[in-house]
Design a protein. Structure first.
Ligand SMILES: [Cu+2]
Length: 704
């Protein structure tokens, strides 16, 4: 919705912020400073440099970086399809959850209208690593009400680095990949040093309002940015008119970032994020959230080198603390429970980008972090003393890892890529009560840490000038989560079972193959990816009839177990057609998962297709028509309490207009989602809670 002149004007403003760590010390020095920035390899993201031109990009063939700033999306993205972040593009006030649902190979698990849990190709929870600026964070809710994605708002989000599969170990060993949110950093030494924005959006279905502001100031050696977002929603209205109880929420998110240039090739940055949510309803769960609080701090140092084989060195230390308090006071429950939890994580890493010679480049990283998790439950009986237990028994986990990714440009259009990660983790329970609780079950010798290994290798061939194809294989392991290993009677509202962790659980491991082909023409762009993941020791809860549940009315007790084998396969296809001022975007995703015996894996997303038609005029009008459709899901896991879900289709419409007067830029958008007010839900929506019905939203953003 912004024309070219505006783009060039703004590139300067945003270019440096787009890649933290690649910030350009001065606007004029882009060209010499940046040179490089190299690729990380298959299953990883590739950096373009902080200046303007996109780099050649092997990694982006398999992973995607989403530049969430609308200007960057249109001007310098490497991924031809990152227009998938379209909702944001259309409406800067969109929530992170709305952005998430539109990413390739990413789904959202919903327990209400707040804080969706990301799922990547059928994998979620401990199977993927969700991080902020590569900082590890552990949500403090035993029921996954507070995924890490909830702590960042598009207002302070610069880009998303999504890497699928076991090669995506950016932030730690994994089987499912990385979802890393890079936050916005201030720009040093701008011609026009002061920038601010305010925005507002109203949503009719939830009578919700969203307001944001940010301001940034850049001087010679020092730059500063601060912003805040406030969101408030009442219980929303589903298609057909039903009001969904307990779906209201309130939250405020605030962040600040300060950059300082001690020398001309050095950059020091301190960033802090705070997120506070209160009175958050979860219609699919028996409890709500009283309050949830996150405080996240990171201090990083970048050095650019002009000699030798190293291009850039980065060192970072971080700390974060999350607390979470559930609340059942508004519900009719047989038994009142208090369930607070808190976690903290501290860690650091050092990484270096290197260019060995014209053909060989890569990245090395050494990282470590420690996480502490405490969650408790107090049950208040009417006629007896309260009962207290630790649901996460002060689990302390330490992780140390080393990784390297190397790319070799072999010539003849061949690019080879290989990498590995080794990670040692150690786990201790620091609570005697916790030890005693779990000793009741005699699960055998606890697994107090393992050496984990990830490795990946790939080859890509430029078949024609606009056509390339590649294959990659990878192997990965991930440690069990705190809950899977030490959880104590954690009630799962989906299947109605109390879950108990197994201290002797082993790592889950997966062998994976992926194949893609991509065509990037002027008019048509197409990319098709197919993948197959084979799991050993797949971790899943299995009913244990010998144990009786703690939760009143629960169906029984499940204990986590390493299953024999499991497999996942899927397809992602993206298509883009550009004719004159029209742009058609289509994205299709599908995942199929089963256990060795053919039983479907629980919570497998259905086939889903999203289509968008954009039309943009010279006078900065934008028109956008969207169609979202999902097929039925009949392959269900009955032991997990799943039910079949019918398919659905909805249509959305958006109209936007941008104005600019001098250095004032304004955007107004009006959108209607779910135009026909369909009542529907997706298979991943817990409890089959219907999604919002027709929603009219009006957004306004002023940039000055
Ligand atoms: Cu919770």
């Amino acid at each position: 919705m912004i024309d070219d002149s505006l783009i060039s004007e703004r590139i300067k403003r945003f270019a440096c912020t787009r890649k933290p760590g690649l910030s350009c010390p001065t606007a004029t020095r882009h060209a010499q400073l940046v040179v490089c920035l190299v690729l990380l390899g298959f299953g990883q993201m590739v950096f373009a440099q902080a200046g303007m031109a996109p780099k050649d990009t092997l990694g982006s063939q398999v992973a995607w970086e989403y530049q969430l700033d609308e200007v960057l999306i249109s001007s310098q993205s490497e991924d031809p399809f990152n227009t998938n972040a379209r909702f944001y593009k259309a409406d800067p006030l969109s929530s992170g959850d709305e952005v998430m649902e539109n990413l390739v190979g990413v789904w959202a698990i919903k327990r209400g209208s707040y804080a969706y849990e990301p799922m990547m190709r059928g994998l979620s929870g401990g199977q993927i690593n969700v991080s902020i600026d590569e900082m590890r964070i552990l949500g403090a809710c035993t029921d996954k009400m507070d995924p890490v994605t909830a702590y960042v708002e598009p207002n302070n989000l610069a880009s998303l680095n999504i890497s699928h599969g076991a090669g995506g170990y950016t932030a730690g060993s994994t089987v499912g990949g990385a979802y890393d949110m890079q936050i916005k950093k201030p720009v040093i030494n701008e011609a026009d040093p002061w920038h601010s924005a305010v925005g507002y959006r109203y949503l009719s279905a939830s009578n919700g309002l969203e307001a944001l502001f940010n301001t940034a100031y850049g001087m010679d050696k020092l730059a500063f940015r601060a912003g805040a977002t406030y969101r408030k929603a009442s219980d929303y209205r589903a298609g057909g008119g039903e009001e969904i109880d307990f779906s209201a929420y309130n939250k405020v998110n605030y962040s600040t970032s300060i950059s300082y240039l001690p020398g001309k090739n050095d950059l020091l940055n301190f960033s802090a994020i705070g997120d506070y949510a209160w009175q958050v309803g979860y219609p699919a769960l028996p409890m709500d959230v009283g309050n949830a609080d996150a405080k996240i701090f990171g201090l990083s140092y970048d050095k650019w080198l002009h000699h030798g084989k190293m291009d850039q060195l980065t060192a970072k230390v971080y700390y974060n603390r999350i607390s979470h308090r559930m609340d059942d006071s508004r519900r009719e429950v047989a038994l009142r429970m208090d369930m607070p939890g808190h976690t903290y994580t501290y860690g650091g890493f050092a990484k270096g980008l290197y260019t060995w010679n014209k053909r060989v480049s890569g990245q090395m990283k050494i990282d470590g972090h420690a996480t502490f998790a405490h969650a408790e439950m107090t049950m208040h009986f009417e006629d007896a003393k309260p009962m207290f237990m630790l649901t996460w028994p002060d689990v302390h986990r330490k992780v140390l890892g080393f990784q390297n990714q190397t790319t070799y440009r072999a010539g003849d259009g061949f690019t080879l890529n290989a990498g590995f990660r080794m990670e040692k983790n150690a786990i201790a329970i620091q609570s005697e009560l916790g030890e005693r609780q779990l000793s009741v079950f005699a699960f055998g010798e606890a697994n107090r840490g393992e050496l984990l290994f990830n490795a990946n290798a790939g080859v890509e061939k430029e078949l024609a000038s606009n056509l390339n194809s590649g294959v990659l294989v990878s192997f990965g392991q991930r440690m069990p989560t705190e809950g899977e290993q030490y959880g104590f009677y954690l009630f799962n509202a989906y299947d109605g079972y109390d879950y108990i962790g197994r201290p002797d659980l082993r790592s889950e491991q997966s062998l994976q193959a992926e194949l893609f082909s991509q065509y990037r023409g002027e008019v048509i762009r197409l990319k098709v990816t197919g993948y197959y993941y084979h799991f050993h020791r797949y971790i899943m809860g299995v009913a244990n009839a010998e144990l009786s549940p703690m939760t009143i009315g629960a169906n029984g007790v499940k204990v986590y177990k390493n299953m024999d084998e499991a497999r996942l396969a899927g397809v992602e296809a993206q298509f883009e057609l550009k004719i004159h001022k029209f742009k058609l975007l289509n994205q299709l995703k599908f995942t199929y998962g089963e256990l060795k015996d053919g039983t479907p894996l629980p919570l497998m997303p259905p086939l889903k297709n999203m289509m968008e038609l954009h039309y943009q005029t010279n006078s900065q009008w934008l028109f956008n028509l969207g169609m979202e459709a999902a097929a039925w899901q009949n392959r269900i896991n009955r032991a997990f309490g799943e039910q079949k879900t019918p398919g659905y289709a909805i249509a959305n419409l958006m109209l936007g207009k941008a104005f600019s007067v001098d250095r004032l830029a304004a955007k107004v958008s009006l959108s209607v989602e779910n135009i026909f007010d369909n009542r529907y839900h997706e298979h991943l929506d817990w409890g089959g809670i219907p999604r919002p019905g027709r929603n009219i939203s009006l957004g306004f953003l002023l940039d000055f």
